[in-house]
Design a binder for this molecule. Structure first.
Ligand code: SAH
Length: 391
């Protein structure tokens, strides 16, 4: 039987509730299976710890599926998927779009499933999940009963697992550009061409906060993508909204959604570099009542952390300077390597340089359909600070 035995002492993380086993922690491999095959995991003294999908090509060689000696079959995945879908149903009510399955945090490592109305978008990120792809598709179809399932297996982490990149319908067919409702707004989502699986579902709850804060304010949404925050602000009664994103395609989607919601007269979207736009507004002495910063992850590793923090500080410093008295900054980071305390320290340094005094009104995180596994810090990646100036 395919079994991995951990080096002495390396079982602690597993005992603490974390699902990962690094390749360097494996002392012995017996009857090695294909990449992604399920192995029994034992500590150095031979005690059973659980069953994991194991891909020795990847740094994260093992991902625990269960701590029981149970069959890992269609019945197992049916139970896990139903649990995840029901967890999502308890946190998201009455919304068209949500994350049904969030990989490790839903005890299904390597699997992402997002729902956009009646269309599901699935992402398989590990060799372990790839091996059970057919089973997963069957169970998901039965449990969720979607119109179609689109597969976004063009995500780069697949390369680390030795998997090829591809996308397309896994089942069913139809338009890949669809309309979803979020609260009382409609958003255009392109599941084949968009970022991630098409929409930033992780910011849903933060968009509601922006909606409440925006009334009567002049708003600047930097890194606006398809207009999630910008349109939420406009919907919440902002006086005017400017959205800036580098992607002309995303800007076109934002404009389309602005039209559909009857908000176009108060919204201006521009395809531009947000760093340049912030600098230009500063030169013009423009002031805003609400600035939103939601940049892409500036670092995906520890090596580039210092540079990333300089980037975050630069945009935050510039945004702080643009705030009118009483202005609000909603500032985010989705870099897992920048943790909440580093993020706040960066904001303190930016505020000091900007000579502005702020209340930290709230420090928020990802929407609750992206659950956080207490033992796995990696599952909590989004920071969203809400700062309000006095001066
Ligand atoms: N706030 C959005 C998600 C933003 S994702 C939402 O809630 O939907 C980050 C965005 O930053 C992407 O759309 C990407 O196109 C954009 N981007 C990356 N680098 C940029 C830059 N230098 N200037 C402006 N936009 C940039």
């Amino acid at each position: 039987m395919f079994t991995i035995r951990l080096a002495s002492g390396k079982e602690a993380r597993i005992h603490a509730g974390h699902p990962w086993i690094y390749r360097s922690e494996i002392a012995r491999v017996d009857d090695e299976g294909e990449p992604g095959a399920i192995a029994h995991v034992r500590d150095n003294r031979g005690r059973f710890l659980g069953q994991a999908t194991v891909n020795l090509k990847s740094q994260i060689a093992g991902r625990l599926l269960t701590r029981q000696e149970e069959p890992v079959d269609a019945v197992f995945f049916d139970r896990r998927i139903r649990e995840a879908v029901s967890r999502c149903g308890r946190s998201v009510r009455g919304e068209d779009a949500c994350r049904l399955i969030f990989g490790e945090a839903d005890h299904l490592p390597g699997l992402i499933v997002d729902r956009y109305h009646d269309l599901l978008v699935i992402q398989i990120l590990t060799a372990g999940m790839e091996r059970v792809r057919e089973v997963i598709l069957e169970v998901v179809k039965r449990v969720v009963q979607p119109r179609a399932i689109y597969e976004r297996n063009d995500a780069l982490p697949r390369k680390l697992e030795g998997l090829e990149l591809h996308k397309g319908y896994a089942w069913g067919e139809g338009e890949t550009g669809i309309w979803i409702r979020e609260g009382d707004l409609s958003f255009f989502v392109e599941v084949a061409e968009g970022q991630k699986t098409g929409f930033f579902l992780d910011q849903r709850e933060n968009r509601q906060v922006v909606k409440r804060l925006a009334k009567g304010r002049e708003v600047l949404d930097c890194f606006c993508y398809s207009g999630g925050f910008a349109l939420s602000a406009a919907g919440g009664g902002a006086a005017s909204v400017i959205g800036v994103d580098l992607s002309a395609e995303a800007i076109a989607w934002a404009e389309r959604s602005a039209q559909r919601n009857g908000l176009a007269s108060r919204c201006t979207f521009t395809a531009a570099n947000a760093f340049d736009a912030l600098r230009a507004f500063d030169r013009e002495d423009r002031r805003f009542g609400l600035v939103i910063l939601d940049p892409p992850a500036f670092t995906k590793g520890k090596e580039t952390l210092a540079g990333a923090l300089r980037g975050y500080k630069e945009i935050n410093l510039r945004a702080m300077k643009l705030l009118a008295p009483g202005g609000i900054l909603v500032t985010c980071s989705c870099s897992y390597h920048v943790d909440a305390s580093m993020f706040l320290d960066m904001l303190r340094a930016a505020a000091a340089d900007a000579r502005r005094v702020f209340h930290l009104v709230e420090l928020r995180t990802q929407a609750s359909d992206h659950p956080v596994l207490l033992a796995a810090k990696e599952t909590q990646y989004l920071k969203c600070a809400i700062l309000e100036t006095l001066n």
